[in-house]
Design a protein. Structure first.
Length: 209
């Protein structure tokens, strides 16, 4: 049986065979039987490289952080993760600069510690009870890279098209809602603001058609 460590755009963890392109971390979420017992143990939800130097990890080893996996960076951002400052330093720096520029009203200092960003993201991604935080926006105002809910399923807005998501990749584009219609947005509001300023996530090849 596959482990329950594939992250969906709602931030939930699924047990599926599909492999991910990125690694993630929210702390130690599993027990000695490799069962998920918590959705997070840290407010620093990060996205890491699958391979970094000569580091080798055994998935869900005892007493160390739980390895999570994502289809792509867009999925990770929708779930509320941000780039790791250790194994993805360049991307982390790009993210932090773009996030602070797009969300100056949320921070007291122009160059805050990343813990402040993590606190903002945590409030925008999940409630204390573990429910996904969503918000509503006009569909036509949403930038590329944003995830929305359509017919209860997650879909990615990418280059003017709407792609239904799965752990294996994106399906064929579906009709887009009217620009003035209201959309339920999965991607945290501060990350949407960052996308609106021009920052774009990496996406699975199935969305590049």
């Amino acid at each position: 049986m596959p482990l329950q460590n594939r992250v969906n755009p709602f931030g939930g963890l699924d047990a599926v065979q599909a492999r991910g392109a990125w690694l993630g971390n929210r702390g130690i979420l599993h027990n000695d039987d490799k069962q998920i017992v918590s959705l997070w143990r840290s407010k620093a939800w990060i996205t890491c490289r699958l391979r970094f130097k000569s580091v080798h990890r055994v998935v869900f080893s005892p007493h160390t952080w739980s390895e999570l996996f994502f289809l792509d960076e867009a999925t990770a951002f929708a779930a509320g993760h941000r780039p790791c400052a250790y194994c993805r330093r360049k991307r982390y720096s790009e993210f932090k600069q773009a996030w602070c520029s797009a969300n100056a009203s949320l921070i007291a200092l122009p160059h805050p510690p990343v813990t402040e960003i993590d606190l903002q993201l945590h409030a925008q991604r999940v409630t204390r009870g573990g429910t996904k935080v969503t918000h509503r926006e006009r569909f036509g105002s949403l930038p590329t890279g944003t995830f929305v809910v359509r017919e209860r399923a997650p879909c990615l807005i990418w280059q003017g098209q709407l792609f239904p998501w799965s752990h294996k990749g994106y399906g064929h584009p579906v009709p887009t809602p009217a620009p003035n219609s209201s959309a339920t947005v999965l991607t945290p509001a501060s990350i949407v603001a960052m996308f609106r300023k021009g920052f774009q996530p990496a996406v699975h090849p199935s969305a590049v058609r």
